[in-house]
Each structure stands twice: as structure tokens, then as C-alpha cells.
Design a protein around this ligand. Structure first.
Ligand code: SF4
Length: 441
């Protein structure tokens, strides 16, 4: 049994996310590991396709070494998404407003005051131009999200989706994370299901999984006390599954949470997925986790700032355990925007079968200091290179994980999929610079 990070008693003790011996800290042997199945037994169970329990996941999280976890996660990947293909998506994140009253402590994107000089609501022509650029680059989807802006009435959202769908029928609209749906509930007086149903009728294809962060209210109350609680996020996704909307399950680690909070999150996702598959025959099509970025946020100014975030090693361990535990979610995505392409490539050997998207534009995570602030997007040829160098075969997919184009073993991506430099920048964000960076890279 490996000793990692110098944990006492041979137990893995993540050294940044977890303050030692705080109340509730998982204490390994003193917290009841005795009598549970051993690491080799649990790993053998995974190799045989068996479901692991919460307690067994705790044993893996705290006792297995990274390579053991990687082997088991890859076995799980082959059970759920067999083959050597790694997919990616060409899409763009679009933000319709950065005004938000929710004041999450990890957010550098929003402006609380609608009259702040940097506050905005993007008009239709700006959003339309971003979509046209996305289509030009071979994109198939937009992922549209914004703050909780009390100045926007319910009709704004419905009209925006209708207009996009009618003007650009070729683009898939994934928009509005569950907390934004609750914002619409509060301004419309409708229920979650009615809001989602109306948006679907207007052209909405799916919901991004944003706002999941850690689905444990102990953590949510501390880092985002005004935000939707775990039950609300999960119920919104359940209603979306009922309507057959595409959804992803997300998770952000590094809030100084404990292992039990992370496993609570995974347990709640797995339970919901079981219920949705049972009730509606559909559910989350992918799981994506990343590490919190705190630059320019209140967390960076807190006295605990050095304890926020997570190391690449911790991210990879978490990626593998999530793949092993979530035996009912077919696709798992590596996060290059927060981890960089090298760690993301390693994540492909920790059970991930998807390299995410080109991120033609991203303004939320990059505002808090993710690598996107440095290298604002990844070109298709670069994604291909990363996937091939990791030993896999690239394929472009759509938001439902259907293959748009499968590449042969030695086929290269079209040069045309490199973005041209003459595209105009958006009203906000740094697209023009990011495009130049990509061409230069
Ligand atoms: S994370 Fe979302 S809900 Fe929280 S402050 Fe930022 S924009 Fe608002």
C-alpha cells in the first residue's frame, strides 16, 4: 500500500485542500476503515464491472495509489465507453450578462451593480456575431450562461432562445445552468418544469452542468451562501431529464472541502442518474470536474487562500475515483482549461474519454485565473496532437456525444479549422487576442 503525500498511517492526505484534523476531517483508520474491503479487492470488483459502495470509494480515495486508480478507471472507461477514440467538441461559451446578485466567493466574472461600468447585457447582434464565428469555425454548439440579473424578465430568456434557434437553426443551444433556471422561476412565477418546457419549445437543446460545484450544503453555505442549494440543482436536472434535455454533471474541487463532501457529491449524482435512467430512460451524458480558480476572487483575499485549489495529482486522483464510482455515466471529460493540456492528456489515462471543447470563448473560469487567460482556446489541430500523443484517436462529437467526424489513425485535422485572425472581437472577453494566440501557437 503506497504512502502518498506523507499521510500518517499510510493514508492519502491531500495536503492543500484539507486542513489536518479539522472537525469532520476524514481520519482514516480512526474513522472506521477497519473491516472494509481491501484496495486490491475493491479494484478487482471494478475490473469485474461491479459497483463500489461509498465506503469502498473512501478506501480507494484514501489508500490506493494513483497508478492503481488509473488502471481501474481505465477498466471502467472500457466498460462504459469502449475503444481508443477520444472525442472533443467545437463550441463556444457565450455570456449574455455578467450582472449577478449571488456574490459567490469564488467568482471573478460577475458585477453586482447593474450600473457598474463593466456590467453588461449583450445585445442580440453581439450574440449573433459570436454564433456566426462559431459556425465559421465548424462549431456545433453554443453554451450560453450568465449571472442572476434581476433586471431581466422571463420574456428575455424565452425570446433570446427563440431568436437564436430561428436565426441559427444549425447551432445547438445549451444554455442556463440550474441556478439560472431558478432565477427564471423567481421572475416568472412558473415552476422549474414549466420554465424548462417553455425553453425547450423555444429551441433549447440542453443544460450545462454549471453551478454544481460541490453538491453538499455544508460547503455551499460557506462558499456560495446565496446560491441554489444541492437539492435545487439536482431537482432541476431531474426535470431536465424528464424532458429529454441533454445535461452534464459537473464538479469543482478545491474549496477546502473534505473527502466525504466529494463523495457525497458523487453519491448524489449517481443516485440521480439511477433515478433518471429508471424513470425516463435518459440522464447525464457526461461528467466533468475541474479545480477551483481563485485569482481575483474573495477566496484569494481570505486568510485560507493557500489552502484553496488542488494540485494536478489531486485532480487526477479525483478524476479516476469519479470514473470508477460513477458507473452509470458513460462519458468523462478531461479539463484542459484549468489543468493545462499536459495534465488533461494524463487524465485520458485516468478514465476520461473526452478532451472537452475548443472553448472558442470563455470568460468565467478565465476571469479567476485559469490557463484560459493565457492560452484562451485550443485549436482543433492542437487537440488532435494532444489526443494522439496520449495514444488515442481523435473524433469530433456533438453535445449528445454522437460522432460528427471520426479521424483515421494518421489523418490530420483540416487547417481550415484554425480560426482566422480577421474575426471581430466580442463586446466582452478577449476573443481577438485568443484567436491570434492560437494562430501563433
Ligand atoms: S458563479 Fe454564477 S451565480 Fe455565482 S456570482 Fe458568479 S455568476 Fe453569479
Amino acid at each position: 500500500m503506497s504512502k502518498l503525500n506523507g499521510g500518517h498511517n499510510g493514508l492519502y492526505r491531500p495536503h492543500r485542500t484539507f486542513a489536518s484534523d479539522r472537525d469532520g476531517f476524514y481520519k482514516g483508520d480512526s474513522a472506521g476503515l477497519h473491516g472494509l474491503t481491501s484496495v486490491p479487492d475493491i479494484l478487482a470488483k471494478v475490473e469485474d464491472g461491479g459497483r463500489i459502495t461509498y465506503d469502498e470509494a473512501m478506501v480507494l480515495y484514501t489508500q490506493a495509489d494513483l497508478l492503481q486508480l488509473g488502471r481501474a478507471a481505465n477498466a471502467r472507461r472500457q466498460q462504459l465507453a469502449p475503444g481508443e477514440v477520444v472525442t472533443y467538441l467545437i463550441d463556444r461559451n457565450i455570456n449574455y450578462t455578467n450582472v449577478c446578485h449571488t456574490d459567490c466567493s469564488f467568482c471573478a466574472f460577475y458585477r453586482h451593480d447593474p450600473n457598474h461600468p463593466e456590467a453588461y447585457v449583450n445585445p442580440k447582434p453581439v450574440i449573433g456575431k459570436k454564433i456566426e464565428e462559431t459556425l465559421y469555425l465548424g462549431g456545433t454548439r453554443i453554451l450560453m450562461q450568465g449571472g442572476h440579473n434581476d433586471e431581466l424578465p422571463w420574456e428575455y430568456y424565452f425570446d433570446l432562445v427563440s431568436w437564436i434557434h430561428q436565426t441559427y437553426p444549425a447551432i445547438e443551444i445549451n444554455a442556463f445552468s440550474p441556478s439560472e433556471i431558478d432565477q427564471m422561476v423567481s421572475v416568472s412565477g412558473l415552476g422549474r418544469y414549466e420554465v424548462l418546457k417553455a425553453l425547450q419549445a423555444a429551441g433549447l437543446k440542453g443544460l450545462p452542468g454549471g453551478g454544481g460545484e460541490i453538491l453538499d450544503d455544508e460547503v455551499r453555505k460557506r462558499v456560495s451562501p446565496k446560491k441554489q442549494r444541492s437539492d435545487g440543482w439536482l431537482d432541476c436536472m431531474h426535470q431536465a431529464h424528464k424532458l429529454g434535455l441533454t445535461t452534464t454533471a459537473t464538479m469543482v474541487i478545491g474549496f477546502r472541502e473534505e473527502v466525504r463532501h466529494r463523495l457525497n457529491h458523487l453519491q448524489r449524482l449517481r443516485d440521480l442518474q439511477d433515478a433518471s435512467l429508471r424513470d425516463f430512460g435518459t440522464g447525464f451524458n457526461a461528467f466533468i470536474s475541474w479545480t477551483v480558480q481563485i485569482e481575483n476572487t474573495p477566496l484569494e483575499r481570505s486568510r485560507f487562500a493557500p489552502e484553496y485549489g488542488a494540485t494536478p495529482h489531486e485532480y487526477l486522483r479525483h478524476t479516476a475515483v469519479a470514473r470508477i464510482f460513477l458507473d452509470n455515466i458513460a462519458h468523462h471529460q478531461a479539463s484542459w482549461p484549468t489543468q493545462g493540456e499536459k495534465v488533461a492528456a494524463v487524465a485520458l489515462h485516468m478514465g476520461c474519454d473526452d478532451f472537452g471543447s475548443t472553448m472558442i470563448e470563455e470568460n468565467v473560469v478565465s476571469a479567476a485565473g485559469a490557463r484560459t487567460a493565457v492560452k484562451c482556446l485550443m485549436s482543433v489541430p492542437e487537440i488532435h496532437r494532444q489526443i494522439r500523443d496520449a495514444g488515442f484517436i481523435p473524433a469530433q462529437r456533438d453535445s449528445s456525444y454522437r460522432i460528427v467526424r471520426q479521424y483515421t489513425a494518421d489523418e490530420t485535422a483540416d487547417a481550415a479549422l484554425l480560426p482566422p485572425t480577421e474575426l471581430a472581437g466580442p463586446a466582452t472577453g478577449n476573443l481577438t487576442n485568443s484567436l491570434r494566440l492560437t494562430v501563433l501557437n
